[in-house]
Write a new protein. Structure first.
Length: 114
């Protein structure tokens, strides 16, 4: 059974930093591309960042140079370091893996105070 469990969300001041974590189980983590998505109230879920098994990263333009996705294959964990956070970054952040089926975590809320 695939499980993705996010943590690390919370309240952050604009300009501040936050690190999200996602612990995976039930998949061969080291082989998988891992993604972060986010969904703000009233908006569609949006892809934020991805990291391949080899460590190649990609980002949506709005977070480039501010967010960093990384992974620790020994811990089956993917991270999202969020720096210089903006009010528009407020959303529920979801970890996701695709193994032929798309799996999602339960999400972690990021709230930004301005």
């Amino acid at each position: 059974q695939v499980q993705l469990v996010e943590s690390g969300g919370g309240l952050v001041q604009a300009g501040g930093s936050l690190r999200l974590s996602c612990a995976a189980s039930g998949i061969t983590f080291s082989l998988n591309v891992m993604d972060w998505y986010r969904q703000a109230p009233g908006k569609q879920r949006e892809w934020v960042a991805s990291i391949t098994r080899g460590g190649t990263t990609n980002y949506v333009d709005s977070v480039k140079d501010r967010f960093t996705i990384s992974r620790d294959n020994a811990k089956n964990t993917v991270y999202l370091q969020m720096n210089s956070v903006k009010p528009e970054d407020a959303a529920v952040y979801y970890c996701s893996a695709y193994t032929g089926t798309r799996y999602w975590g339960q999400g972690t809320q990021v709230t930004v105070s301005s």
